[in-house]
Design a binder for this molecule. Structure first.
Ligand SMILES: Cc1ncc(COP(=O)(O)O)c(C=O)c1O
Length: 446
C-alpha cells in the first residue's frame, strides 16, 4: 500500500468528513521550504493558510531549526512540576518585556489548553478573593477559542459544536460586530453601539460575571471578522467599570498576524489575562502561553493548605525545545523587523483586493495585516452563502487551489488567505492571482 492508501485506511483527520476524504486525491506532504509545501511526488503547493495560521518565516528556516537542534542535543524535556529550566525562564522574561501590563507566564502546549488555563485563572481569581459567585463568562457569537470543552463553551460556533452541546457550560452570548451580516434596518454605527451596549446590559444586571472573553482585534475562525476601531477598547472600559476581568485571546491574531506584535497594545485595551500560541514557535512546535497581571497572580498566593494555587499543568508544560524555539523566533522578529514588513505587505494586499471586490460572488472583503476573508455569496443582494450544487464550497476551493499549486482551505463560504507572515512578495502575488482565478472559475459553475 502506498502512503495515500495507508492514510485513508488509518488516519482520522480533523474537521473532515472522512467519507468524502476517501474520494479525494490527497496530497502527502513530505517536506517544505519557504512558503512551499512539497508532496511525496515532488509537487509544490504554496502554503496559503500558514499550516493552520501558525507559520511565520516559511518552512525550514535555518535560525529556527538551529535553535531547535541545539536545544534537542542538550535537554529534550524536563518537567516544570517541581523543577525549572533555562529556556522557559528566558522566554517568560522575553514575553513579559514585550507585553504591556502582564507579569507572569503559564505554559501549555496548544491554544485550547491555554484558554482553559485562562478560564480557570479567572474563576479562581474571584474564588481566591472570596467572591465565588462570580463564575460566568460573557463571550461573543462567531467566537472560536479552541476545541477543548471549556474553549468550545465560550467559543461557540453552531456548525462546529452543536453535537457537543450537552458537554458545554452556559455562557452569556452577545453579538460580535459582524457588520456585513448586521440586521438590514440599522447602520454600522448603530450595530456597533448595540454590540457594546448588550455587554453593558449584562454586566449591569448580573453580579456573577467572572470575565468577558474575546479574540483580540478580529475573529479569525468566525470568518475573518475585523473589529471596528475602538470597539475592543470600549469593552475593556466596561470591564473596568463593572469590575469584571477582561480576557483576550491572541492565539491567532497576535504576534504579527494583524500587523501588530501585540494586538491589544494597538487596540489600547490591556487585558487581565491574555493567551498566545500558534506563531509563538514560528509554527514549528506546539507551545502556548497564558499571561496574567500581577494583580491576578497575587490572589493565588497563600499558605499551601489554603489551596489557593493554580491546579493546572501538563506533562509538556514549559517544554525546553518549544521554549528555545520561541526565543529564537522572537529574536528573529526583532532582527528582521518582521512587523514593519508585515505592514508593507498588508498595503500590497489592500491594493490588490480592489481586483477582487467587484467579482460577482464576492459579498464582503475583510482584511487586516496578513489576514484576508473573502465572503462568497450566491448573489450580493440576498447575501446567501455561496454553494455549488454538488460540492461543499470548502472542498471545491481546496481542490481547485491544489490543482493550481496552492493550498487554500476556506471556512465554510469564507475564503481565507492567511499566509506565512514572511511570505515573499512574489509568492504573495501568486496567492492573490490564484485566488482571483479560482473565484472566477467557481462563479462560472455556480
Ligand atoms: C483564536 C483562537 N484561539 C484558540 C485556538 C486554539 O488553538 P489550538 O488549535 O492550538 O488548540 C485557535 C485555533 O485556531 C484560535 O484561532
Amino acid at each position: 500500500m502506498n502512503l495515500k492508501d495507508l492514510d485513508k485506511k488509518y488516519v482520522w483527520h480533523p474537521y473532515t468528513q472522512m467519507k468524502d476524504w476517501q474520494t479525494f486525491d490527497i496530497k502527502v506532504i513530505e517536506k517544505a521550504k519557504g512558503a512551499w509545501l512539497i508532496d511525496t511526488k515532488g509537487r509544490k503547493y504554496l502554503d496559503g493558510v500558514a499550516s493552520m495560521w501558525c507559520n511565520v518565516w516559511g518552512h525550514t528556516r535555518k535560525e529556527i531549526i538551529d535553535a531547535m537542534t541545539d536545544q534537542i542535543k542538550k535537554l529534550q524535556h524536563s518537567t516544570l512540576f517541581g523543577l525549572a529550566n533555562e529556556p522557559s525562564i528566558l522566554l517568560a522574561k522575553m514575553l513579559i518585556n514585550q507585553t504591556k501590563g502582564m507579569s507572569r507566564v503559564f505554559y501549555s502546549d496548544n491554544g485550547s489548553t491555554a484558554i482553559e488555563v485562562a478560564l480557570k485563572m479567572a474563576l479562581q481569581f474571584w474564588r481566591n478573593l472570596g467572591k465565588p459567585n462570580k463564575s460566568r463568562f460573557i463571550a461573543l457569537r462567531n467566537a472560536y477559542h479552541g476545541d477543548t470543552v471549556g474553549a468550545m463553551s465560550i467559543g461557540y460556533i453552531d456548525n462546529f459544536f452543536s453535537n457537543y452541546k450537552k458537554l458545554l457550560f452556559p455562557v452569556q452570548r452577545v453579538s460580535s460586530p459582524y457588520l456585513y451580516r448586521r440586521p438590514s434596518n440599522i447602520s454600522e454605527e448603530e450595530f456597533i453601539t448595540y454590540c457594546i451596549d448588550s455587554i453593558e446590559r449584562i454586566l449591569k444586571n448580573n453580579n456573577n460575571i467572572a470575565a468577558v472573553i474575546m479574540e483580540s482585534g478580529a475573529q479569525l475562525a468566525g470568518g475573518s471578522i475585523v473589529y471596528p476601531n475602538g470597539y475592543q477598547k470600549e469593552i475593556k472600559k466596561l470591564c473596568e467599570k463593572y469590575e469584571t476581568l477582561f480576557i483576550l485571546d491572541e492565539v491567532a491574531t497576535g504576534l504579527g498576524r494583524l500587523g501588530s506584535m501585540i494586538e491589544y497594545i494597538k487596540q489600547e485595551s490591556i487585558p487581565d489575562i491574555v493567551v498566545f500560541g500558534k506563531m509563538l514557535t514560528a509554527g514549528y512546535l506546539p507551545l502556548a502561553v497564558t499571561l496574567s497581571t500581577e494583580n491576578i497572580y497575587n490572589t493565588f498566593l497563600s499558605e499551601s493548605d489554603e489551596f489557593k494555587h493554580l491546579f493546572h499543568g501538563h506533562t509538556f508544560t514549559g517544554n525546553p525545545i518549544g521554549c528555545a524555539t520561541a526565543i529564537a523566533n522572537l529574536e528573529l522578529y526583532r532582527k528582521e523587523k518582521l512587523i514593519d514588513s508585515v505592514q508593507r505587505k498588508s498595503r500590497i494586499i489592500e491594493k490588490r483586493l480592489d481586483e477582487i471586490k467587484d467579482l460577482e460572488i464576492v459579498g464582503d472583503l475583510r482584511h487586516k495585516g496578513m489576514m484576508v476573508g473573502i465572503e462568497l455569496v450566491n448573489d450580493k443582494k440576498s447575501k446567501k452563502p455561496f454553494v455549488v450544487k454538488k460540492k461543499k464550497t470548502k472542498y471545491l476551493i481546496m481542490e481547485e487551489s491544489l490543482k493550481r499549486g496552492v493550498f487554500l482551505r476556506p471556512l465554510g463560504h469564507v475564503l481565507q488567505l492567511v499566509p506565512p507572515l514572511a511570505i515573499p512578495i512574489r509568492e504573495l502575488n501568486t496567492l492573490i492571482d490564484t485566488t482571483i482565478e479560482i473565484i472566477k472559475h467557481i462563479q462560472k459553475i455556480k
